[in-house]
Design a protein. Structure first.
Length: 431
């Protein structure tokens, strides 16, 4: 009798490359599997392209009447995570599309196992299927744009229409999952669409939320039963405030209780503290109310200035404190420029801008939160008074415009137009 030869399955430890990031895999080097970006790529001065993972969309864990939903698979390049071990801080779901998709895919997979996720009945078997929207978003990432698919079903226009159709079905059904579809379109539009003009996404999301919750207690209850909803609505609230500060042509779309329950991790991941974020909200409210508490606003501005860091202990804390200071100074700037023009006001604006310019130039471009400084840079572009200010503004926009998938493509143009308008306003007041 011939004894069986034992052959271990798979590749021996230390040799397998199936879990490596795409960059390390293509370079044939060992990856450290660090998330969201490996240190091997950072040390080599390369951008980590993320990890290959298959996200499997399955039916709701709570059986309902109607046809069964077929499972669909879409491939995404992002770290492999399960819904159970996903952490709000482990992946910066506020920055790049890959991390966003990975994070919310895990959250939604967790939600599908929860009973009574929504009080709204499902009138058809496809009203909670986000796979078409996910695929559309994933095909917009740089790694996929470089390798166009000849399949007609992978045509960008076709994917866009299919994703919109899927979202329309969810919205018409009133399913809470439609919020994730709306947030995905907003996420992409913030980076690729007209700068600051994101109101249509926000109004749609607010209208849908109103059918599920009308106060804080109801909102918390829906968020608790729908993993990822709090984070998605937090992003929408972030876009709501930032967009309103940019264009100054509308009030906030979401209610106060929506902002009250924003996820703390968003403020950590963006580098903007909640207290600082509140000052941006006050800037918007200042336009809508004649009874605005100016004394309170002055105190909040002074508090932000007093909290500026004077020194930094180490490299990590330096970057985080620089981000916090950039947000603080930009908040003060957005508040001061609403005051009547005066020599003192102009001096304050110039001094704040000088400090902002220095801080932004010191923040590394590979910092994940660097992309969120768009509002800070926009304000510097509109109110900047020196060539140095404008050079830093152009450096920032050029960095994102030169990416494989250009981001903030219209921001420089908007800065130039608004700066010209601001200059004309100052000249008119001076005469």
């Amino acid at each position: 009798m011939v004894s069986k030869i034992f052959r271990p399955k798979g590749k021996p430890r230390g040799v397998r490359r199936d879990r490596d990031c795409l960059t390390c895999k293509s370079r044939q080097v060992k990856c450290d599997l660090n998330r969201p970006g490996c240190e091997i790529c950072k040390k080599a001065g390369l951008k980590c392209q993320g990890y290959r993972v298959t996200v499997k969309w399955v039916g709701d864990g709570n059986p309902k009447t109607g046809a069964l939903r077929p499972s669909r698979e879409i491939s995404t390049t992002s770290p492999r995570s399960t819904a159970e071990d996903i952490d709000d801080y482990s992946i910066n779901w506020t920055t790049d599309t890959s991390s966003y998709l990975e994070y919310f895919a895990a959250k939604l997979n967790l939600g599908r196992g929860k009973p009574d996720i929504s009080q709204t009945p499902l009138p058809s078997p496809n009203t909670d299927d986000l796979s078409d929207i996910w695929e559309f978003a994933w095909k917009r990432t740089a790694s996929n744009c470089n390798y166009p698919d000849e399949d007609v079903n992978s045509n960008p226009q076709f994917l866009h229409l299919t994703a919109l159709s899927a979202l329309s079905r969810m919205v018409q059904a009133g399913h809470i999952y439609a919020i994730f579809g709306i947030t995905t379109f907003a996420f992409l539009d913030v980076r690729e669409g007209p700068f600051g003009d994101w109101g249509r996404h926000l109004r749609g999301a607010r209208a849908l939320l109103d059918t599920h919750c009308g106060n804080l207690a109801q909102f918390i209850r829906v968020c608790d039963s729908t993993p990822g909803l709090q984070q998605a609505v937090s992003l929408l609230n972030w876009y709501d405030v930032m967009g309103s500060v940019v264009h100054q042509d509308r009030q906030l779309i979401f209610d106060e209780f929506h902002r009250e329950y924003m996820d703390d991790s968003l403020f950590e991941l963006t580098g903007c503290e909640r207290e600082t974020f509140q000052l941006y909200i006050d800037v918007v409210h200042r336009r809508e109310s004649t009874a605005f508490d100016m004394e309170k606003s002055c105190h909040l501005n002074l508090l932000q200035l007093l909290k500026l860091h004077s020194q930094h202990a180490d490299q990590h804390s330096t970057q985080q404190s620089l981000l916090q200071d950039a947000w603080r100074l930009a908040a003060v700037l957005s508040s001061v420029v609403q005051s009547p023009s005066s020599l003192e006001c102009l001096r304050i604006v110039t001094m704040v801008l000088d400090r902002v310019c220095t801080i932004v130039s010191a923040i590394r471009q590979d910092n994940e939160a660097y992309i969120h400084l768009a509002l800070t840079v926009y304000l510097m572009g509109v109110y900047g008074t020196t060539d140095h200010h404008q050079a830093e503004v152009k450096r920032y926009w050029s960095f994102f415009n030169s990416r494989e998938v250009p981001e903030y493509p219209h921001a420089q143009e908007l800065c130039d137009r608004e700066r010209k308008r601001e200059k004309e306003r100052r000249n008119k007041e001076a005469t």
